[in-house]
Design a protein around this ligand. Structure first.
Ligand code: ADP
Ligand code: CDP
Length: 220
């Protein structure tokens, strides 16, 4: 079984998808982490992020290990544990630039599909995966059994990110949510309700309620 969860920043994709996977005994893949890892590596190498060919080459060469255990997440890039580093604001600020590089997308989608295939082959009870991102239902796993488009009002998404980041200015918060939404919107397959997708608006729901709703849909 594949469960696809797509939605904008702060809609609750990561926490919800992890919760559903943990509850149902499935694997979990955070595709955003793959774009963040390439961004980390490109910055680490001092690459010009506008040099699309060099950045795409980096994406192809990067040795990437990403955990699919919902209860123990880690990301290792070229042997370095970057689990925490890829969440830093310096990465969030520029990740959309890397994610709109079509050659980077091609390479990372290929890798994401390989992770999904491996999870499918693992067999029951773990023969399934919850995959979370922006283009899962529309591009990465169009054959997903359940497709969820998770939304929340911009204000709610900003408040959630603010609570998570702690000491962050209103300006930085807008940059994290509003500007990134706008940059990401240039990729046409993002966050569009694909055929058969169920839209869940989490604005007035608790995290537990969202996990409950998606788990029930998965078991139907
Ligand atoms: P995304 O992956 O879509 O960016 P996250 O899962 O990282 O979103 O959630 C952002 C923050 O909002 C986290 O701190 C998370 O605990 C919190 N959160 C997620 N869903 C809800 C919800 N339904 N109600 C309140 N807070 C939530
Ligand atoms: O957690 P948040 O929603 O803020 O971001 P993320 O899921 O970690 O994704 C970071 C960035 O990666 C997004 O802003 C997109 O630019 C990109 N991304 C993508 O292009 N395709 C995906 N399937 C997932 C993320």
């Amino acid at each position: 079984m594949i469960i696809a969860v797509d939605g904008p920043s702060g809609s609750g994709k990561s926490s919800t998808a992890r919760g559903v996977a943990s509850r149902l005994g499935l694997r979990y893949l955070d595709t955003g982490a793959t774009y963040r890892a390439v961004t980390w590596s490109a910055l680490d190498r001092g690459l010009d992020l506008d040099d699309t060919a060099a950045v795409a080459q980096r994406a192809r060469e990067l040795e990437l290990e990403i955990s699919t255990d919902p209860d123990h997440q880690f990301v290792i890039a070229d042997g370095t544990d970057v689990t925490a580093a890829i969440r830093e604001p310096r990465i969030s600020e520029v990740v959309s630039k890397i994610a709109t590089n079509l050659d980077v997308r091609k390479e990372l989608i290929r890798r994401q599909r390989a992770v999904i295939d491996a999870a499918q082959e693992a067999g029951e009870p773990s023969g399934g995966i919850v995959v979370e991102g922006r283009d899962i239902a529309t591009v990465v796993a169009t054959d997903a059994e359940l497709k969820v488009l998770l939304t929340a009002d911009q204000e709610a998404r900003m408040a959630r990110r603010g609570a998570e980041l702690g000491s962050v200015t209103a300006e930085q918060l807008r940059d994290q949510i509003v500007r990134r939404d706008a940059d990401d919107a240039t990729v046409s397959e993002f966050q569009v309700a694909s055929d058969g997708a169920v839209t869940v608006d989490s604005t007035y729901m608790t995290l537990d309620e969202v996990v409950e709703v998606i788990s029930r849909l998965a078991l139907e």
